[in-house]
Every structure is written in structure tokens, then in C-alpha cells.
Design a protein around this ligand. Sequence first.
Ligand code: DLL
Length: 433
Amino acid sequence: MIFDIEYETMPREALEAIQLRRLQATVERAYATVPFYRNGFESAGIKPGDIKTLDDLKHLPFTTKQDLRDNYPFGMFAVPMDNVVRIHASSGTTGKPTVVGYTARDINTWASLMARSLAAGGATRGDIVHNAFGYGLFTGGLGVHYGAEALGASVIPVSGGNTKRQIVIMRDFGPTILTATPSYILHLSEVAEEMGVSFADLKFKFGIFGAEPWSEKMREELERKLHLTAVDIYGLSEVMGPGVSMECHEAKKGLHVFEDHFIPEIIDPVSGETLPYGQAGELVFTSITKEAFPVIRYRTRDITSLNPEPCICGRTHVRMNRVSGRTDDMLIIRGVNVFPSQIESVLMEMEGVEPHYQLVVDRVDNLDILTVNVEVGEHIFSDEVKQLQRLERRISKNIKDYLAVSAQVKLVEPKTITRSEGKAVRVIDNREI
Ligand code: DLL
């Protein structure tokens, strides 16, 4: 397997020359083989030959999730089905799933990128990877699996669920790398505690967590509870799966985008204008090496910003700051924008509050009411009602002070909020649209 790690530290100019060649080839092929792209380019009055510099990318039309749905299931594939060796799909919360395909070469590229991601996160050949990302149509399980094998590590394909059995495996097999969604990790640590297994006695060195937003405070909490170094992994099935960008364990400060395969842009989600480095907006990706499912200016709906500063790890690839949320997860409560991850940061500052919460939004008499249900520890819950009410008021005040949003806070009994085995459902929106 070729890992192409030399690209990770390449001087900018050399990297950009490679990106341009790859972009031109991708645009040519998408135009020639996918009617959606050909029609889009034609409506915009652009021919593939017009892409002469990387900057010309911004003249190409965007691709949205709706476009993928309109071409469900295989309409965006750029190769005949004979050449497709794998299909994944993401369920999404509404509408049809988005379906993506991979050629044999795409699978190799992905495995190599995932090996590079795991290495950036601290893994090496001698490691044992406990892979608790779900296997199946979701890209997390198989993505990590192929990457770990390509790296030469030993992978335990436990997937999500059967949590007690997972704890026994962790104790008996001695895995050194843990991969899962942060919300499932919380659940795992809780079950371990119930079973009398302490993470301090396990062998984990690094936790590679992602597939959902998680705050810096949550990182601290997980590192403390699990006795490991936690790093963030990002990706989406439309662009490839996990391994689009990855935090290095040396800096733990933003995720390096694998720019030899993907070109990131940040746009203003309303005007579509490209934004400069440092400014937060919607992340857009163009794939430049994929065969079966190339994406051109795909709007991820994820909110972040890009940081071009050099990193202590030596990688020259631009970093994206951790994703704070999705444009479609952003709650607008009486005109104030708020992401669940911001509420999470406030909650996790508070003594006695557990990292299990859910936000419920209702509309009463045309007013949006945000309720934050949050668990507290056993010892707190047995306190007097008055004390609990005081804590509720304190949390509510902090949310108001930090985020300028009014919320009703409800402390709930330990273990009453549904635990997640994959991505947590943080928001229940009861408002009628
Ligand atoms: O979640 C791929 C993945 C698997 C990434 C395992 C990391 C680890 P999808 O199911 O298509 O793919 O969901 C993609 O999840 O657009 C983000 O909104 C969110 N997401 C993924 N990683 C992160 C992260 C996989 N590290 C969607 N931080 C993306 C915040 C994330 N959000």
C-alpha cells in the first residue's frame, strides 16, 4: 500500500501544483460522466478547460445534499456499476438516504488515508485498535477497520452495542487505541464503572473519537475518565467517510485536512461567497482523486474555519477548527443562534452535572422555549428539592450569561437520558415548521 505521507509536509507551492492537476482531471471526468455536473456546468456557462488555477474552483456551482437525493440512488456515480466494489449510505434524519460508491482504487485511497489518520492520532503498527464505530452502511466501522489493517495494527471489529461484552474484551485483549463516537465512549465508561472495571487499569493510550460534534470540555472529561489522550477525527460519507481530516496528537489543535485528496473552502452559508482563512462559515469540499463518486464543491453544512498556521507536528496541510455544529442543527431561539455543543460547554463547567443532556425545543404561543434536560450525579439528586432548584437556576443563568439565550433547565435522574451506541440525538425539536 502507498501511503503518500510525503504530501503531508510538502511545501505549499508543490502541493498546490498537484492539487490543480488533480482538480482539472476530476472536473473533466465529472463533466464527461455525470449528467448532473455536465448540466450544472453548462447552466453556469463553464467548460472544464476554464479551470486554469485553483482559484477558478469558485466559479463552479455548488453540490448540495438535495442534489444527491434528487439523483438517488446511483445517479451521481461517475463509473459503471461494474467498477463499484462498495456502497455506503447515510440515513440522515429526514428524506432519502444519500448513497455513495467506491471503486477498488477508492477503497485503497480511503484505507491509506485512514492509516494516515490513525498514525496522526498516535497509532502505530504494534497497536491493538478497539473499533467501536458501527459497522454497516455507516462509514465509521469499515473506514477505521481498513485503515488499521493498512497501518499494520491489529483491529478488533467490535462495532457499537453489546457494551458489557466490549468491556470484557477491553480488559482481556488489552487494546491500546479506542475508536468510537464520543457519546458512545461516555456510555462505555459508565458501563465499565458499573462492572467494576477501571480505565486506569486498561492499556489505552489514544482515543480517536468523532462522527459528531464534541466540545473541548468533553475532551477533558473523556481524557480524565479514560486515562488516554483523545483526538478528533472528522469526515462524511459524501466526501469519503472518516479520514477527510484528522487532529494530530502532537498539537491537538484543529484537524489537518488531507489536502492531497480534498480541497476545503469556507463559504458564507447565505450568500455563497468564499470566506478568507480564519473566518467561520460553512465547510465545502471538492474531492480530487475519487473515481466512483467525485464531489465538486459539496456543501457539508458543517460550521468551522480554516487555520493555515504552521503546526508543531510538521504537517503543512491546513487545519480546520473543530466543528461546532451543523447549519441544520443550529437552534434559533428567539433570534439567538445556538449550537448544542455550546450548551454542552456551559454544562460541563458545572460541578455535579453529568455529560448527558438533551435539548427540547417547543413553540408555545409563538414563542420558542428551550428546555435543557441534564443529568446530575446520584449524590446531587438525593439533595433537597431547594438545592436542586438552586442548581437549575445557576445553570440557566450561565447559559444566559455565556450564550445570551434563555433556557429552562431540568435536572433529571441519573441514567434517564437515552444512551447512544452511535451518534447521540442531542436535540428534539417539537416546533412545527
Ligand atoms: O460520520 C464519518 C465519520 C465516521 C467521521 C467516523 C468520523 C469518524 P456521516 O455519517 O456521513 O459520516 O456524517 C457526517 O457527521 O457532516 C458532521 O456533521 C458530523 N461529523 C463527523 N465527524 C465529526 C467531528 C461520518 N469530528 C457528518 N466533529 C458530518 C463534528 C462531525 N462533527
